[in-house]
Write a new protein. Structure first.
Length: 520
């Protein structure tokens, strides 16, 4: 295969033909109305890079022998699913075919990767020879859910960076942005009914210096930030244009100290709390009272109005039950709701929230701790403590997202030499290990395996205070995760990933991504 063809993730089928195809100043784009938004997206990319006009013609076929890029609705490609496509560069035209707009969008991402690297430059490049190889490609993803989680609770990330992050997900054909919005150390999303959640909860007085295990104390520097509801709506619209679903996460019942600091009645003790300043698992937990349920349902009602995603993530992880066990009132609450212990009380909590979300037409998703004590029938599990929770959930008939800390936690060190890496939470996750991951455990039957919806990479930001740090930890490991989520196992085993990645990283250079070098 030509070294010029370096597509990430790897297509299912690629046939390299003889010769090259040249984009000309007279090349036009022809699109059916259903794909007009995608045509505008493509034209914008090409106009900026080439300086050519790329006029769009809607609802008309390209004249014979005219230089053209055609976006074609092909019902026969339903067999590839909505995200599947065909891309043909032959004769005088480039043909992008799919049965749905999202498939055309991914065809465009592939087309851009076939072009000279300069198409990713922010500056017009009239000096470039705009030729690309002639090919036939047919492609579709292995998994429906191909995601990345970014924790904006520990460290606030500006909206401008979130747009860039979404663009990078789209380039790699990732289709879910899991937005972690609340934590012990910060509540980031504006809630109109409860303004103190951001007035108080969005700001902490300082942050742990160095690694939390070193006990160096705080840095004395206030940190915070929040996303207004208008900003959230705008980001959802931005992601939607790129066929990315934003899944918001509102943590409960644990990881809630920022909320309790803002509204102490949500807590289990009379102690007045500050927004958390140290990392780790914190014992403060929501009081499972009716007032708390009303509060959280009010919060979720506003969240649902902002986000169009079918799923709402409620966390559910690392909920320490010590305060529940120590409270006579909460032990009485257990008896009242028929819970035999604190685990069953958390199950009751999650079931109540699941029922509320279901009534609003949404689905609950949570980390695998929500399995403890029994799980609501419609809930989806995100398996992070290895794959055991995912296997258990799939066997019980629940949908699963595989996100094991062994292969998808991108906050771990990238090499066996942490001294030469930025400070990280610990452990090691080299690029090769991410690429080696097989999301479907061989212990599942075919029927059970159908519940594995896909995979997701996690970027927990305790030790990622800036966008630059996030990019360094995310890339190129997120490129490998994209390959795992999109490409079939057989395709991935051809050994070409690193060769393709070397060229792909030059694209990231032009996009201003501060990734970790393959040379360490």
């Amino acid at each position: 295969m030509s070294k010029r063809v370096a597509i990430v993730p790897q297509p299912a089928s690629l046939i390299l033909l003889e010769g090259d195809y040249a984009l000309l100043s007279s090349t036009r784009i022809f699109s059916v109305p259903a794909f007009y938004r995608e045509a505008e997206y493509l034209a914008g990319k090409l106009r900026r890079a080439t300086g050519f006009p790329f006029v769009i013609h809607a609802n008309s076929a390209a004249p014979k022998d005219a230089p053209a890029i055609e976006l074609i609705l092909d019902a026969n490609l339903h067999r590839l699913g909505k995200e599947g496509f065909q891309l043909e560069i032959e004769g005088d035209s480039i043909k992008l075919k799919s049965s749905a707009p999202v498939g055309i969008f991914y065809a465009i991402q592939t087309l851009l990767q076939l072009m000279p690297l300069a198409v990713f430059d922010e500056r017009p490049r009239p000096d470039v020879d705009w030729t690309l190889p002639r090919v036939r490609i047919e492609d579709s993803p292995r998994f429906a859910w191909r995601g990345a989680m970014l924790d904006c609770g520990r460290h606030f990330m500006p909206v401008e960076f979130l747009r860039k992050f979404i663009d990078l997900l789209a380039l790699h054909k990732l289709n879910v942005f899991h937005w972690h919005l609340t934590e012990d150390q910060g509540w980031r999303i504006e809630i109109k009914k409860y303004p103190r959640l951001t007035e108080v909860g969005a700001w902490r007085r300082e942050t742990t210096r160095g690694h939390v295990s070193a006990n160096l104390g705080g840095d004395g520097i206030p940190h915070g930030g929040l996303y207004s509801q208008d900003e959230a709506r705008e980001l959802v619209a931005y992601a939607t244009e790129r066929h990315i679903t934003i899944i918001p996460e509102i943590e409960m019942p644990g990881h809630a100290q920022a909320a309790i600091a803002a509204y102490p009645e949500l807590g289990c003790t009379s102690e007045k709390l500050d927004v958390g300043t140290r990392w780790g698992v914190i014992e403060n937990i929501l009081n499972p009272s009716e007032k708390t349920f009303t509060f959280m349902q009010d919060v979720l009602s506003e969240v649902i109005a902002l986000f169009s995603s079918p799923f709402i993530h409620v966390g559910g992880d690392e909920a320490v039950k010590k305060q529940w066990d120590a409270s006579p009132a909460i032990r009485a609450r257990m008896t009242e709701v028929g819970a035999h212990d604190a685990h069953e009380l958390q199950s009751y909590f999650i079931r109540r929230i699941d029922q509320f979300l279901s009534e609003q037409g949404r689905r609950l998703i949570g980390w695998d701790e929500i399995l403890e004590g029994g799980l609501a029938p419609g809930a989806t599990v995100m398996s992070w403590r290895g794959v055991k929770g995912g296997i258990e959930a799939a066997r019980a008939g629940h949908d699963v997202i595989m996100a094991p800390n062994t292969h998808t936690y991108l906050d771990a060190y990238q090499s066996a030499d942490p001294a030469n890496e930025p400070l990280a939470i610990g452990g090691q996750l080299p690029l090769e290990k991410v690429l080696s991951y097989e999301p479907i455990p061989d212990t599942l039957s075919p029927d059970q395996a159908r519940h594995i919806l896909g995979i997701q990479g996690q970027l927990w930001t305790e030790y990622m205070p800036t966008p630059r740090h996030v990019e360094y930890m995310a890339f190129p490991r997120l490129c490998a995760l994209a390959e795992v989520g999109w490409s079939s196992p057989g395709t991935r085993q051809d050994g070409s990933f690193l060769e393709r990645l070397h060229r792909h990283l030059k694209r990231l250079d032009l996009l201003g991504v501060k990734y970790r070098s393959l040379d360490g």
